[in-house]
Design a protein around this ligand. Structure first.
Ligand code: AMP
Length: 344
């Protein structure tokens, strides 16, 4: 077994909660660091509630763990610098740098030969006008940093386009026939294990449902896995990564990389012997990866906001696994839990 006994996790949301549960099954324990409310704190060994600027708290956190990982990629650089001087961070800084900034991310993807939507750097209003002239309409203006679940995005239609005031990228609108994602794990030894790509449906920028198998031809699903492996290898990534792709008549286009466990990988809890959470813990702890083989067809559906009221009815459904995150208040757009339905 590895020397690692205690894993530090930056971020205390549902992903941290499910990572902690997976770690505990492997006899490991987790210390969560989270500035706000922390659903993960309920199931972890320890919880530190402190801002990412609190150097004393960061230091004590790092000194109590063997390795540090994250469930949230937007941790400030100053906190990462301090933590990294004390303990290894897995996945490493390159995976974080690329996924924290949409401009760096798209530039990196093109550099390793992968297709993205056409994009342009938009630091100000003048650049926006030039970018629209080059890329055309419709297009989407996205903040370079801190965007998730469709936040920080403005669709540019026929009307006047106003820069949002934040450094952004303009992306050409991709006329896709489907959205898929690949969840891949890479160990410290470079070994990779991918799960079958899932078909994703978003509503209002938020993931609603993931269906496995995705129903696309094998040449596309194989391509998608090869793309994910190329990204993970190029970043020397250690841990799980989610890669979101658009399916277009011209082939696959990479939309986004998440350097962590991903909502579209929750189906693995019901579909695979080793789910994405255990896989991430294994990679981070230096343990051999499990295989990504799928033993069931699954539909994962998020419970968002008031969907939580459906839980009593869902509890009565056959072949349905329910995961609730223990969040006190249901707000619109807030992920409260998910269900995995085994469909075959
Ligand atoms: P993102 O936060 O970049 O993952 O965007 C959230 C969702 O918005 C995606 O899953 C797509 O459904 C949609 N979207 C984002 N970028 C584009 C694009 N360039 N063209 C068309 N749809 C997009």
């Amino acid at each position: 077994m590895s020397e690692i006994r205690t894993i530090g996790i930056l971020g205390g949301g549902q992903l941290g909660r499910m990572l902690s549960a997976a770690a505990s099954r492997l006899g490991l324990r987790c210390h969560i660091y989270e500035p706000g409310a922390a659903p993960a704190g309920d199931v972890a060994w320890r919880l530190t509630t402190a801002p990412y600027e609190d150097e004393t708290a960061l230091r004590a956190f790092a000194e109590s763990v063997d390795v540090i990982t994250y469930e949230f990629e937007n941790v400030p650089t100053s906190a990462l610098d301090l933590l990294e001087s004390l303990r290894p961070i897995r996945p490493g800084r390159r995976s974080l740098a690329v996924s924290q900034d949409r401009l760096t991310e798209k530039t990196f993807l093109n550099e390793i030969g992968l297709a993205t939507a056409p994009f342009a750097d938009v630091p100000d209003q003048g650049a926006l006008d030039e970018a629209i002239a080059r890329i055309g309409r419709p297009s989407i203006l996205k903040t370079r940093r801190m965007g998730y679940d469709g936040k920080g995005q403005v669709r540019i239609g026929d009307g006047p386009a106003e820069w949002t005031g934040a450094p952004s990228v303009l992306e050409g609108f991709v006329d896709f026939s489907a959205e898929i994602s690949v969840i891949i794990a890479r160990g410290a030894d470079g070994q990779t294990a991918a799960y079958d790509p899932g078909l994703n449906v978003h509503e209002g920028g938020i993931l609603r449902r993931t269906t496995i198998p995705c129903g696309l031809p094998a040449r596309l699903t194989t391509d998608a896995v090869l793309i994910a492996a190329r990204i993970a290898n190029a970043l020397d990534h250690v841990g799980v990564m989610g890669v979101e792709l658009f399916v277009t008549p011209g082939g696959l286009i990479v939309n986004e990389i998440a350097p962590r466990v991903h909502n579209s990988g929750h189906w693995t809890q019901a579909g695979c012997a080793v789910d994405q959470f255990e896989q991430h813990i294994r990679a981070v702890a230096g343990l051999p990866l499990g295989d990504g083989r799928r033993h069931a067809d699954v539909v994962m559906e998020n419970l968002i906001g008031d969907d939580i009221a459906r839980v009593p009815a869902l509890l009565a459904q056959p072949s349905t696994q329910i995961h609730l995150y223990g969040k006190a208040q249901a707000r619109p757009g807030r992920k409260m839990g998910h269900v995995n339905r085994i469909t075959g």
